[in-house]
Design a protein around this ligand. Structure first.
Ligand code: SAH
Ligand code: MG
Length: 212
């Protein structure tokens, strides 16, 4: 069986989504990297936020706000999304797309290096019940460690690009991004504080729950 064919079959079942198409068009028009989360996993993010009843969601890596829209769609009326993004221009587009989708009031895109922002949140003793880790892969293990510090029992931690476009399992790739995502995947799989699984479609997605 061909996995790619399965993905194409699944995608054809869903109508094009106006807000998400707008976000993808805006990213393409600006010449930004076209690395928004895959449509199937975007839908999964919405479902996971809804199914877990998460109110405080933290995203690491906003790009143009595509995954932010998916996360915000799952929030209850009093829920909030905080998204961390290194680049001011990307953050501005993410805010614009989140606002166009109707989520200006319940979302914040904070500019700066994610590690510094995460350390501030740790110092403030903030807590989140859902994390989407999707920034640079070099620091993915550090983002996971900070997420654990910001979590509660039952919090959900999702990591995108588990395969890192094949670099994760190519033994010849010893770059820092490949090393980072491998360590992240290993920790998601084996950290005694977590229960997890890895979904192997698209570019791979890891989902973990912080044990009670
Ligand atoms: N989550 C987005 C895609 C994120 S792409 C989506 O699916 O729609 C990765 C993003 O992480 C890029 O926007 C990049 O600028 C950002 N990034 C890279 N290094 C970072 C860092 N050190 N701190 C915060 N953001 C970073
Ligand atoms: Mg990604």
């Amino acid at each position: 069986m061909d996995v790619q064919q399965g993905i194409r079959y699944a995608e054809a079942l869903y109508q094009p989504d106006r807000q998400l198409c707008r976000a993808l068009d805006s990213i393409r028009l600006r010449g930004m990297p076209e690395i928004s989360v895959s449509p199937g996993y975007g839908r999964l993010l919405t479902l996971l936020v809804k199914m877990t009843g998460a109110r405080d969601v933290l995203e690491i890596g906003a790009l143009g706000g595509y995954s932010g829209i998916c996360l915000a769609r799952g929030l209850p009326a009093d829920g909030r999304l905080l998204s961390l993004e290194l680049r001011e221009d990307y953050a501005a587009l993410a805010r614009e797309n989140l606002a166009a989708a109707g989520y200006a009031d319940c979302t914040e895109v904070r500019v700066g290096d994610a590690l510094a922002s995460l350390d501030s949140l740790v110092a403030e003793e903030r807590r989140f019940d859902f994390f989407f880790i999707d920034a640079d892969k070099v620091h993915a293990p550090d983002y996971l460690e900070r997420a654990l510090r910001l979590s509660r029992p039952g919090s959900v931690i999702v990591g995108d690009n588990a395969f890192y476009h094949g670099k994760a399992f190519n033994p010849e790739n010893s770059g820092p991004g490949a090393a980072g995502i491998r360590l992240f995947n290993e920790r998601m799989a084996t950290d005694p504080r977590l229960e997890s699984t890895l979904l192997p479609a698209y570019d791979g997605l890891t989902i973990a729950r912080v044990k009670d």
